[in-house]
Write a protein that binds this ligand. Sequence first.
Ligand SMILES: Nc1ncnc2c1ncn2[C@@H]1O[C@H](COP(=O)(O)OP(=O)(O)O)[C@@H](O)[C@H]1O
Ligand SMILES: O=C(OP(=O)(O)O)[C@H](O)COP(=O)(O)O
Length: 408
Amino acid sequence: MPAFDTIDDLPADSRVLVRLDLNSPIEEGEPQDNRRFERHAETIRELAAAGHRVVCLAHQGRPGRDDFTSLAGHAAILADHVGRDVAFVADTYGDEALDAIDALGAGEVLLLENTRMCDDELPEESPEEKAETEFVRTLASHVDAYVNDAYSAAHRLHASLVGFPLVLPAYAGRVMETEYEANTAIATREFDGPVTMVVGGTKATDVIGVMDALDDRVDRFLLGGVAGELFLRAAGRPVGHDVGGTELFDEQWEANRELIESVLDERGDAIHLASDLAYPDDDGDRAEIAVSEIDEKTEGYLDVGSETVADYEPPLRESDAVFVKGALGVFEDERFADGTVGVLEAIADTDCFSVVGGGDTSRAIEMYGLSEDDFSHVSIAGGAYIRALTGEPLPAVEVLEAAAERNE
Ligand SMILES: Nc1ncnc2c1ncn2[C@@H]1O[C@H](COP(=O)(O)OP(=O)(O)O)[C@@H](O)[C@H]1O
Ligand SMILES: O=C(OP(=O)(O)O)[C@H](O)COP(=O)(O)O
């Protein structure tokens, strides 16, 4: 169990600073609604209903990128999910922000401007240095407590994530609690039966690192996506190459070749590779080919085939725990969704402990009418999920734990 305090421990009638992660896709300048709003709304709703005065902090994008925007639109989406007004001020810690914080009534909710518009926020520095910044010092003097709900940003040493717990009583929000518990389960929980990991997606470098780190915790890996093709390439198959202008395979192959070969060599029995793959035929329809029949590097493959899904179903059914990282194919295109959806459906049918992570992959659940309730946990974290799986500490969690020790 995590050693941090939660909002159950928050003193009554607190004026509380709550760090959320509302970082979202931006289309035509506007944030798009997504599961992060829905999840954080639960924490906000609970705090407001208890009569706390709630000041929210969040970030969007990074300076210099197209997705670096104000949080005005985020406040409106959050309000819809919370079911209460969410006031917004376009200020991080100036007079306008401080006046709005001081004026908050019991149960009222305020969102401040994008934390990354403040110079103190981004440079990665120690929590002690962040705690000394004017941003942290100023806001801390206008509130009673700090709640971190931004598990998905907890790998960043940014002021709003690691500075406040050194100068304020600090607590974990509901998202922080549930994400922490589920995502670290692979390292912390004992399972009676086999533990299976489904590995795919485009970020092969990340997932191969996870496979290496989880070597002794996972009984079998079911592979697809780009990582799956790179393992097939290591096994001597003519797939996993960039063809037709893609830039997903060759660079990641060069960067990870030795590691892939050594993982395959040492854990070959535990690694299940696709026996067939899917691609668009001349008419643009889905076609499938057995891997054993592929003899030239001419085709780009966009999904695992139906025989592979059938091969993967029995090990999933026998598992006591399944962790998913990455899609088995380009599921956004219905023609190439069968692998990802077939495996998710097989997991949903079992009553094993299951975690689906990765921002992109977990979208397939909603897109194809599966229910989140059929999984133990669907994570809203990307980078932080990877770090949890590999056992790498998250600095923002560590400072919450240290704060809890001080509170004792
Ligand atoms: N064979 C493939 N070729 C290209 N893209 C793929 C392939 N298989 C899966 N993908 C893509 O992988 C993406 C998800 O991978 P990734 O971004 O690494 O995972 P996540 O964000 O879920 O952690 C999906 O959007 C899917 O289209
Ligand atoms: O969306 C986030 O991370 P993710 O893309 O790993 O899920 C977090 O908000 C962290 O954002 P950052 O990667 O710009 O620091």
